[in-house]
Design a protein around this ligand. Structure first.
Ligand code: HEC
Ligand code: HEC
Ligand code: HEC
Ligand code: HEC
Ligand code: HEC
Length: 222
């Protein structure tokens, strides 16, 4: 694991070392720059109260199951509603709510109804499904409009692939997402954050494995 706090506290040191050895005064100088519009901590309300704590934490679903692109691509991507349906064609409420209904039905000697929670109804509405979870042709399709949280400026080149392949964990950059009800922007996404980590991994490797992460302007800028 990378020592993040350490990298930040050692920032002044890194700056001085950078000036001495780098021969490029611009990199450390710009690293100190914190541009306006830094959205660290940003955590918008999402169209469905989807919980990473429940899915990635409690249920233990792998991050890559829903964010496949992160393995080799530029973008991690956000899953389509059809990915949710792999499970939610069967699970339409909490397991506890359905179990309570099943028991009530048994007592009342009737057949149990399918319980649909208000949050999951939003998923079915987006897909134009009715209460039997079958497509209702007259219902309009409304793709889920997830609010984007992380966004680098257009002049920056970042790809998930090389980071994930080199063994940098999602949590190093995104924090303990699997413990959060709602995702927030964990890192400040500043140039200093990128460059400091590149220097740090070039010195210490990732989990002891040597890497070379470029600090050339052209590696990260068009
Ligand atoms: C079952 C699917 C699923 C799994 C598993 C999952 N995610 Fe997500 N993730 C989503 C959805 C849906 C969103 C968009 C809504 C939101 O922000 O909660 C999202 C959003 C995110 C975002 C914010 C994207 C943005 O807009 O900037 C990050 C970061 C993220 N996930 C990381 C992770 C990590 C790390 C893991 C594993 C610990 C993980 N996710 C597991 C479905 C999933
Ligand atoms: C691998 C299976 C799986 C996938 C994929 C999955 N879920 Fe779930 N989800 C579950 C299970 C199981 C529960 C019920 C847990 C419980 O009993 O509390 C659940 C619960 C929920 C709930 C809470 C329901 C309530 O009534 O409070 C919401 C909302 C939800 N999921 C949304 C989503 C969305 C949106 C996606 C796609 C981005 C998704 N899920 C993908 C298995 C899955
Ligand atoms: C080296 C740091 C780093 C690592 C490691 C990392 N991310 Fe990201 N992630 C970012 C940055 C930076 C952005 C914003 C990218 C942009 O705006 O182009 C981002 C954006 C995202 C997004 C939303 C936008 C998109 O790219 O689709 C999701 C979802 C996400 N990351 C999930 C993950 C998951 C899951 C993992 C682990 C498999 C992971 N990230 C690993 C830094 C990282
Ligand atoms: C937690 C440490 C860490 C952070 C933060 C980080 N990187 Fe990296 N970066 C790496 C590692 C490790 C590699 C892989 C080096 C290798 O494969 O030898 C890498 C590789 C890259 C590459 C591929 C080219 C190359 O040098 O190998 C680019 C481009 C890149 N990073 C851009 C960024 C940008 C832009 C940011 C900030 C938005 C960022 N990185 C943040 C650790 C990090
Ligand atoms: C490892 C990745 C990385 C490297 C290497 C890098 N930058 Fe950056 N740079 C970034 C990121 C990320 C931002 C956006 C930060 C923000 O918006 O807060 C940025 C922002 C900038 C900006 C500010 C642009 C604006 O929005 O006003 C300038 C100028 C800049 N970089 C120049 C350079 C120069 C010159 C070099 C080489 C000496 C360099 N960068 C090397 C990642 C990098």
């Amino acid at each position: 694991m990378l020592e993040f706090g350490l990298a930040n506290r050692g920032f002044t040191v890194a700056l001085v070392i950078g000036l001495l050895f780098c021969g490029m005064a611009t990199v450390p100088a710009l690293s100190a720059l914190r541009l306006p519009g830094n959205d660290q901590g940003y955590s918008p309300v999402q169209p469905i109260a989807y919980s990473h704590r429940l899915h990635a934490g409690e249920l233990g679903i792998s991050c890559l199951y829903c964010h496949q692109g992160a393995e080799s691509g530029r973008y991690a991507g956000v899953p389509a509603a059809s990915t949710c349906m792999n499970c939610h064609q069967f699970v339409s409420s909490t397991i506890a709510a359905q179990r309570a209904e099943d028991e009530a039905a048994k007592k009342e000697e009737r057949s149990p109804k399918r319980v649909i929670s208000s949050e999951l109804k939003k998923l079915y509405d987006a897909l134009g499904l009715g209460s039997d979870l079958k497509r209702v042709p007259s219902k309009e399709l409304k793709p889920l409009a997830w609010e984007r949280i992380h966004k680098l400026p257009d002049h920056v080149l970042f790809a998930h692939g090389p980071h994930v392949k080199a063994g940098v964990s999602c949590q190093t950059c995104h924090g303990d997402v699997q413990r959060s009800e709602r995702v927030r922007q964990h890192s400040d996404l500043s140039m200093g954050w990128c460059v400091n980590c590149h220097r740090e991994v070039n010195r210490n490797g990732v989990d002891g494995k040597p890497v070379h992460a470029s600090t050339d302007c052209s590696a990260c800028h068009y």
